[in-house]
Design a protein around this ligand. Structure first.
Ligand code: SAM
Length: 235
């Protein structure tokens, strides 16, 4: 089974509960989204492809800041939620990033991939497709699980690229979620092999507001790297 088919099933099953949790959850609203937004820069007037867009919180930010957005996700249920949120202010597609993208060369100024890359084992072909659809002065911004976070789940061999399945509690349900842990070196090799240089690599800290809202989450996110953020440009 392709990684994307499994992810589609897993996210279809928990779509509404995942989306509700993501909207104002500590890890997404106070840590991941602010760090991604800081890497985007000015998006006004830009053609942006957002992959793994989920229920569309970042899609909404992008359109509200003047970008022309095409948003895709492998989960049809997540795309439905994103469409309900953003309406016709963006174009939506159900698509698996393991497959060739359905866009012409040089169609976008930016590709954004927020917390989706770790669902795919082989990054190089995915990044090559991002590069193909980017304009020469374009950029890729993406976030992924920090390798040391997932190493805590499977500490035997840091250098192995390993599939991990976790059980997530969302709302009243429990859901299995499968992703790939890989060392930082594997990430940087795939990035270089696909024709990118790293412009910025960021290990952010959470927004200070989180301290009052959830001191426990703040203490974790302010002391342990959970996600890793990249801004790439084509060579
Ligand atoms: C952790 S959620 C992040 C959603 C959104 N980017 C956000 O930050 O709110 C990961 C999303 O990636 C999608 N996804 C997983 N594997 C994918 C694949 N192979 N192709 C496209 N989307 C995928 C899932 O369906 C899910 O919506």
């Amino acid at each position: 089974m392709k990684d994307g088919e499994r992810s589609a099933r897993q996210y279809d099953a928990m779509a509404a509960e995942y989306a509700a949790d993501n909207d104002d959850g500590a890890y997404n609203a106070y840590y991941e989204r602010p760090a991604t937004i800081a890497l985007l820069g000015d998006v006004a007037g830009k053609d942006v492809l957002e992959v793994g867009a989920g229920a569309g919180p970042l899609t909404e930010y992008l359109v509200e800041h003047g970008a022309r957005v095409t948003a895709s996700d492998v989960s049809a249920e997540m795309v439905k939620l994103a469409q309900a949120r953003v309406g016709d202010r963006a174009t939506f597609v159900v698509a698996n990033i393991e497959e060739p993208l359905s866009f012409k060369d040089g169609s976008f100024d930016m590709v954004v991939a927020s917390l989706v890359m770790h669902y795919v084992r082989d990054w190089e072909p995915v990044l090559r497709e991002f590069r193909r659809v980017l304009r020469p002065k374009g950029a890729v911004v993406f976030s992924t699980h920090h390798p040391t976070m997932d190493w805590e789940l499977s500490p035997a061999d840091y250098f192995e690229t390993k599939q991990i399945t976790e059980t997530w509690k969302k709302g009243s349900g429990k859901y299995q979620v499968t992703f790939w842990r890989r060392p930082l070196t594997a990430m940087t090799h795939a990035i270089a092999a696909a024709g990118f240089v790293i412009e910025q690599l960021v290990e952010p800290e959470p927004l200070l507001e989180l301290h009052a809202r959830s001191p426990r989450d703040y203490a974790i996110l302010a002391t342990k790297p959970r996600f890793l953020f990249f801004r790439l440009r084509p060579t």
